[in-house]
Design a protein around this ligand. Structure first.
Ligand SMILES: [Fe+2]
Length: 295
């Protein structure tokens, strides 16, 4: 799709088909949906796990009631338990069906449970550090990102899009990033780091002008979809509560095969994350030679 003006459209509860939707997502538009049976069930499931892990504390407030190490320890157990839970994979399939997505063609990466504490354990992080495209991290240009809050969110603890950069390059360090290397070295280190994440990750090497900026505040169960090439950041959380959110990624097999997706304006990383994607129907990987062709 080509646009005369650099406009980013935000669609709410759009009845477009999946093919039409993906075409618009690849040109930088954002899709927001009200809760579906699948997203409601996923939020319910995540809350159940979080509330059990943090009991007797309410998860968004637990950061104020626990010591730092104790808090990090709870998250270190909770997050992988959620990510790897088979129920999550079933619920993702339900979400795709709710939205009319072809589950036989759609592959997803396991949903991550993310937390962003409020003015706590995140000293020193700035917009510039956070603003990134997933395509700097070896994502294919057809990758779509899905995001949903687990508890109520506010404008001070959601995520932000910087759509002016969708078609505009940003100087960045993605050339030094290789997905295979990251998997081998990075993930083990993450567990050991409490105060500050010091791993070498792709980042912007120039100042990002955050404006114009789009923040979408939605009720739990509501969700949004955007291109992995969209420049996005985490809003510094001053809300007083920890943000709990879930995100996951999808690719449509036809897009992978046809090299469809957003335009590459500035990504120079090597490797591919495509080996992580599982088909929604039977949890099989994409064909090895197809993955290899992206590596
Ligand atoms: Fe991201």
């Amino acid at each position: 799709m080509t646009r005369v003006l650099p406009v980013t459209v935000v669609y709410f509860d759009s009845p477009l088909t999946d093919d039409e939707r993906r075409a618009r997502l690849f040109s930088g538009d954002i899709f927001v949906f009200s809760a579906t049976p699948g997203t409601k069930a996923l939020v319910e499931f995540a809350r159940g796990m979080a509330e059990e892990a943090f009991a007797p504390h309410f998860p968004p407030d637990a950061q104020h009631q626990m010591g730092a190490q104790e808090y990090v320890d709870v998250l270190a157990r909770l997050k992988p338990a959620f990510i790897n839970h088979p129920r999550c994979k079933e619920l993702l399939r339900q979400i795709f069906e709710d939205l009319g997505v072809d589950v036989g063609q759609t592959h997803f990466d396991v949903p991550r449970l993310r937390t962003m504490t409020s003015d706590y354990l995140n000293a020193g992080l700035t917009y510039q550090f956070h603003a990134h495209r997933d395509t700097w991290f070896s994502a294919p240009f057809c990758q779509l990102n899905w995001w949903l809050p687990v508890y109520e969110v506010a404008e001070s603890n959601v995520m932000a899009f910087h759509p002016a950069y969708f078609g505009q390059p940003v100087k960045n360090s993605s050339a030094g990033y290789d997905y295979g290397e990251w998997v081998a070295n990075g993930r083990q280190m993450a567990a050991a780091q409490v105060d500050m994440d010091t791993r070498e990750q792709p980042k912007a090497l120039e100042e990002i002008n955050p404006e114009p900026e789009i923040r979408v505040v939605m009720p739990p169960g509501g969700f949004m979809i955007f291109s992995g090439a969209q420049l996005h950041s985490t809003v510094p959380n001053h809300s007083g509560q920890t943000r709990f959110s879930i995100d996951f990624r999808t690719v449509h097999r036809a897009d992978v095969q046809g090299r469809g997706g957003a335009r590459n304006v500035d990504s120079a990383c090597t490797g591919t994350n495509l080996g992580d994607f599982l088909r929604a129907t039977d949890l099989t990987q994409l064909p090895a030679d197809l993955i290899e062709s992206y590596a």
